[in-house]
Ligand binder design. Sequence first.
Ligand SMILES: Nc1ncnc2c1ncn2[C@@H]1O[C@H](COP(=O)(O)OP(=O)(O)O)[C@@H](O)[C@H]1O
Ligand SMILES: [Mg+2]
Length: 387
Amino acid sequence: MSVDKKTKTILPGSTIGILGGGQLGRMMALEGRRMGYQFITLDPTENSPCGQVADYQFVASYDDVEQAKEMASRCDVITYEFENVSSLVAEALGKHSFVPQGSRLLFFTQHRIREKEALMELKVPVAPFHVIRSRQDLFDGLKAIGTPSILKTATGGYDGKGQIVLKKPEDAESAFQLLVQHDRELILEQFVPFEKEISVIVARRQSGEMEFFPVAENIHRNNILHQSLVPARIGQRVESEAREIGKRIAEGLQVVGLIAVEMFLTGDGRIYVNELAPRPHNSGHYTYDACVTSQFEQHLRAICNLPLGSTQLLSPVVMVNILGEHVNQVVEKIAEFPPNIKIHLYGKKGAKPKRKMGHLNVLAETTEVALQIIDQLKIWKKTEDVR
Ligand SMILES: Nc1ncnc2c1ncn2[C@@H]1O[C@H](COP(=O)(O)OP(=O)(O)O)[C@@H](O)[C@H]1O
Ligand SMILES: [Mg+2]
């Protein structure tokens, strides 16, 4: 029996299945429980961040179709919280269960080459790139793109993993050798000398209804998101252009649920799309405490076919990530935190360096003041000390 995707509304009381049990699933489940939904998650790590707050967790690998089907048989709707869930699993589940996001969006967003080509088709500006499947391609790519550039694996990369910056052509050979061990397909991208990184998160329902969260300004350290500032320090033109781009992508790819769009903004005001994420995004964590509706609630509303909530910003905010190297200090200093800091910890066991363990949302009159408050905590290096 095929499921009518157009009309199905999933009401509170129903069970939502989440493929992946990380922090994004955890926050989805926390928000969804408040709304009266139940949750089952699937993740290979026992007692995963989402498993801790869900009603039940299947302990299984992400490509375990049998366990995924077993989970789906107990759920009213299925979603995923990271894009490396096999699109084959999503497709298999879609045959008998309600998977409103489909598998097509995953197919594009889990593969950098397919993603870039889809964006080009939508006439969305991206940095010049070259597809690398052989040494000859690398040679041709370097001729076409030159350096500085970035060599990335087509699949599996996150938080700066699976990519190497090529400062000069001689860096290419060793980078190529290293990366082809992880993926036979690579992409060489021109390095965009951006002034800022920004992102926009768009929610879209089956009916085509859309809502946009305020644009975030994202500061990375070691290729990992460090802070998101909202409102972003950009003009109205850039804010609306970023939204326009988000709209074109959400419509073009027929998104149901969330799509996060990472972008580069250059000194001369040009926007290039860097990458997409078909799920809640780290740069949208600020919405949990600073918007009427969080990105997690909005995602659930969209896939459950409920009217989308208001994305109004209630206060300027800076989100700062807590990595493995910060988490002990955060816990030790928590009693001294001022009252306008909202603490999120994901319940992860191993505090490895660079691992995302939690984040703070700092609400203040301005983002400038929020940044000062963060500096006063003396947990993270100050911006001027990093540059
Ligand atoms: N073409 C590029 N030009 C300049 N900086 C880049 C480029 N690609 C990636 N970066 C930098 O590396 C970060 C991580 O790269 P990204 O492609 O977003 O991979 P990930 O999946 O790790 O987030 C980006 O946020 C940006 O700071
Ligand atoms: Mg990224």
